[in-house]
Design a protein around this ligand. Structure first.
Ligand code: PMP
Length: 354
């Protein structure tokens, strides 16, 4: 039986995407060869990479606006370093909203001066700092749009004249957003975008050649852009499955359609958290993520009872990260409404047990 998958990442993908990707591993579109046994320089794979880059620009409405879509390896963690390597000449500003921002800051400090513009550490990262003052003498400002662990999400973008850089690993293509406000966006694929192994970067071409240091080829955005993400062998399976998933998002009606559905799912789960006498939400209400809903038991000792309820109902991946405890329902694009309904049923059954 297929489980109801609330995993934070790697995470749920639509059945259509999984079916098509798995058949391509045996035979890609009837060419008599597997997707993973053909050259990345073959015309078949070049067409896949082109379509993946094209779809990424199309979904973000960045076509014709001077941006490049790149597919890289190394995950979002490599981007913590790569962004600074390519953009940090003197000083950069970071808004610290949790574990992933902390890691991004640590890497950037290897390359230059980093200013923490604001932080929500004082309340275990359960909110997004507001009205952050940003000097215009910074090389860039970095934010984490969705904080996978803590379940908070930027609902507004900081107003700034300096380039805005965002780690969007856990909410890319989950809602309508003015992507042109960003100069660089990166995302490890394995949450809302595809399987682990591919990392999407959307970068404004004016950000090439802005630092004086020598950049190693494998860390240089411009080199990947000039080589159409084929400087070395790309992660072919991950790029293919991500491309299929972007086709799927487009077929759903694009970002506004998936965003509407995600809002409905998020409202359902948060309403139950607020209504149910056994639970409390973790994140402050106005900053609640529409991708990762974090919540705790009022009485932690009752965890065994609730855990056995949802586990026996066929739910998987609901345990919270150790820094927050409790539960985290990750409700990415591909999570169907009936999974949310089932979770709510379990929460209500738990409450009714008294
Ligand atoms: N940023 C965010 C917001 C994440 O959720 C994660 C992974 N959970 C990362 C960065 C790190 O991603 P990766 O494992 O691809 O390096």
């Amino acid at each position: 039986m297929k489980k109801h998958n609330f995993s934070a990442g790697p995470a749920i993908l639509a059945p259509e995407v999984l079916n098509k990707a798995s058949s391509a591993v045996i035979d890609l579109d009837g060419i008599g060869l597997s997707l993973i046994e053909i050259s990345h320089r073959s015309k078949e794979f070049i067409a896949i990479m082109d379509e993946a880059c094209q779809l990424a620009l199309e979904l973000s409405s960045l076509e014709g606006k001077g941006y490049k879509a790149l597919f890289l390896q190394g995950g979002a963690s490599m981007q913590f370093l790569m962004t600074a390597y390519n953009l940090l000449e003197n000083k950069a500003g970071y808004i610290n909203t949790g574990t992933w921002s902390v890691k991004a800051i640590k890497e950037a400090k290897l390359l230059g001066e980093v200013i923490e513009l604001a932080s929500s550490k004082d309340q275990n990262f359960n909110y997004i700092p507001k009205n952050v003052a940003i000097n215009d003498n910074l090389d860039y400002v970095h934010i984490t749009t969705n904080n996978t662990i803590f379940g908070t999400q930027f609902k507004f973008l900081p107003e700034t004249s300096v380039p805005l850089v965002a780690d969007m690993s856990s909410d890319i293509f989950s809602r309508t957003l003015d992507y042109s406000k960003f100069s660089l966006v990166y995302a490890g694929a394995q949450k809302n975008l595809g399987p682990a192994g591919a990392t999407l970067v959307l970068i404004k071409e004016t950000l090439f050649d802005v630092v004086s240091r020598q950049i190693p080829s494998m860390l240089n955005y411009k080199i990947y852009a000039e080589k159409d993400s084929m400087f070395n062998t790309p992660p072919v399976f991950a790029v293919y499955a991500t491309m299929l998933n972007m086709r799927w998002i487009k077929a759903q009606g694009g970002l506004s359609a998936v965003g509407d559905k995600n809002s409905i799912k998020a409202n359902m789960i948060y309403s139950e958290i607020d209504r149910n006498s056994k639970f409390k939400g973790f994140a402050s209400i106005e900053d609640r993520s529409e991708m990762n809903a974090t919540f705790n038991l009022i009485n932690e000792e009752e965890g065994i009872v609730f855990d056995s309820l949802w586990q026996s109902a066929g739910i998987s991946g609901l345990k919270g990260h150790r820094s927050v405890g409790g539960y985290r329902a990750s409700i990415y694009n591909a999570l169907p409404l009936d999974s949310i309904e089932l979770l709510i049923d379990c929460m209500q059954a738990f409450e009714n047990k008294g």
